[in-house]
Design a protein. Structure first.
Length: 238
């Protein structure tokens, strides 16, 4: 019998993050769906549609890898974008149901991913050259859920992120940041991160720093980070 992975800490974080997301989406009023999210050009409905389709796509990846089939996350970038637009225009009740089904399917697929296929490389879209290992899917989904949940602007903010996720996000950026960086000091966590090449000291709470490194402006109602030289290194939106 092929060995199956035991639940990992990241998988548990994803499950709990998904539960919080579903509760927020269930609480949205009809008017809120058409309102703007914190992402340019996307409504709240667009963000929920994206999170739904992302879960479906990653669940499909896990199933394909488990069955030793060659799969991509999306058929094409154009198909991905069109699917988001289509689902965003659907009745909110339909999107709610589909979101719940998608996170349930994803959790089930993740729970039975065989250990021996975690290193299988998956391409995002055919011919894109953008690959990721199947074993990274849980972390990818965690980032999607937590960041875009806050993007909804529906009462869940970076201040609500579990400290563990805040640290995961800052740890990730400290490893992958490309270009001029800083020393990021989290005033509430007693921790600092060297992000990118040496630069100014950037100070804020952990969740404010983690939100900033996603390339977004300060979250509404917060001041955001401050820099020792008055300027913040530029980041790309994720």
């Amino acid at each position: 019998m092929t060995p199956v992975s035991h639940p990992t800490p990241t998988a548990e974080l994803v499950r709990h993050a998904s539960q919080r997301l579903v509760r927020t989406v269930d609480s949205l009023t009809e008017d809120a769906w058409a309102g703007p999210s914190l992402l340019p050009r996307w409504s709240v409905a667009h963000v929920v549609a994206h999170l739904t389709l992302n879960a479906e796509a990653l669940a499909g990846v896990l199933l394909g890898v488990r069955e030793r089939r060659t799969v991509t996350m999306y058929a094409s970038q154009e198909a991905r974008d069109a699917d988001i637009e289509e689902l965003a225009s659907a009745d909110p009740a339909e999107v709610r149901d589909r979101l719940l089904a998608s996170v349930t399917r994803f959790d089930a697929a993740l729970a039975v991913l065989p250990d021996d296929v975690a290193g299988t490389r998956v391409e995002r879209t055919p011919g894109s050259g953008r690959f990721f290992p199947a074993g990274a899917v849980a972390s990818m989904r965690l980032h999607e859920v937590e960041i875009h949940h806050a993007d909804l602007g529906a009462g869940y903010s970076p201040a609500d992120w579990p400290e563990e996720f805040t640290r995961i996000l800052l740890d990730s950026e400290s490893r992958h940041w490309d270009g001029p960086g800083c020393c990021a000091v989290a005033t509430d966590l007693g921790t600092s991160w060297t992000i990118g090449t040496p630069g100014p000291t950037v100070t804020a709470t952990g969740h404010e720093l983690a939100w900033w490194v996603t390339g977004r402006p300060p979250y509404p109602g917060t001041a955001g980070p401050t820099s020792s030289d008055g300027s913040l290194p530029r980041t790309e939106a994720r």
